[in-house]
Design a protein around this ligand. Structure first.
Ligand code: ZN
Length: 285
């Protein structure tokens, strides 16, 4: 599985001087660890505007100084470039069946605003572009980031061409995705704090795989966050590298075409090894 990324995301949209967990080092470490990656062009504005309101896109494009867009999301003059690159890498990953290593992450970004470290819905932009460019009709998104992918859910709610499946800690940030919040093409799987590899794999077997197989997607996109790891500082789950490897293997079996996009994962010591474990899983099929 090819890795798609761009060096500039390791310095644009700087957060480390604010001691923000979603910082440049996350990408710098991954690029150091993996070496060669396939570079991608930034997403075009019209590609982003397929999932976000143009007034919000304009706001991000025209930032001249730093400001907080919500309690957790700081943006500045280089955010636009970073966010367009992140979405562009996700698009390229769909073309190649690759894994996009990106920041800022995307799955909390709502149609009209930024949220929870996320600027643009990278996976959502890539799903739409895949439908448009590759003739793909049915896309499934499996989001195993520890947080509910409320932005992706909001973008595709009521769209019967996109199945959204999210497995997340609950109750927890952002507060959505609880019991009874699903519909025909939205499958929310809230898990209690402390859930382990076996809990996740049981959920894959009983809920995720049957839902995705019934939907019969031509493309499966994985919102691959690694903050459900046992040593992640932002959450309370107990998933290990073996768990991420096994989830990736299962995802790779579920559709003829599979791509992945990095979401969260905030322990700088473990992140490269966890991405590597997931890659092994995707490549094992
Ligand atoms: Zn997360």
């Amino acid at each position: 599985m090819e890795l798609v990324s761009h060096q500039a995301m390791a310095w644009l949209h700087p957060m480390s001087r604010h001691e923000h967990p979603e910082r440049e080092d996350r990408l710098a470490l991954l690029l150091d660890h993996f070496g060669d990656v396939v570079p991608a062009d930034p997403a075009e504005r019209q590609q982003i505007e397929r999932v976000h309101d143009s007034s919000y896109v304009e706001l991000v494009a025209s930032l001249e100084e730093e400001r907080w867009l919500d309690a957790d999301t700081l943006v500045g003059p280089t955010t636009w470039e970073a966010a367009c690159l992140a979405a562009g890498c996700a698009i390229e990953a769909v073309r190649r069946g690759g894994f996009a290593l990106v920041r800022p992450p995307g799955h909390h970004a709502l149609p009209q605003r930024a949220m929870g470290f996320c600027i643009f819905g990278n996976v959502a932009v890539a799903a739409r572009q895949g439908q448009r460019e590759l003739g793909i009709q049915r896309v499934a998104i499996v989001d195993w980031d520890v947080h509910h992918g409320n932005g992706t859910e909001a973008i595709f709610r009521g769209d019967d061409s996109v199945l959204f499946v999210s497995i997340h800690e609950w109750p927890f940030y952002p507060g959505t995705g609880g019991p009874g919040s699903g519909d025909a093409t939205t499958v929310n799987i809230p898990l209690s704090a402390g859930s382990e590899d076996d809990d996740y794999l049981r959920i894959f077997e009983r809920v995720v795989e049957p839902a995705v197989r019934d939907f019969a997607p031509e493309l499966l996109l994985v919102s691959a966050g690694f903050d459900a790891h046992v040593d992640d500082p932002l959450a309370d789950m107990r998933v290990t590298a073996d768990g991420f490897r096994a989830m990736a293997t299962r995802c790779a079996r579920m559709a003829p075409r599979v791509a992945a996009v990095l979401e969260g994962g905030y322990n700088l010591d473990t992140l490269p090894g966890l991405v590597e474990a997931a890659l092994e899983g995707f490549e094992s099929v």
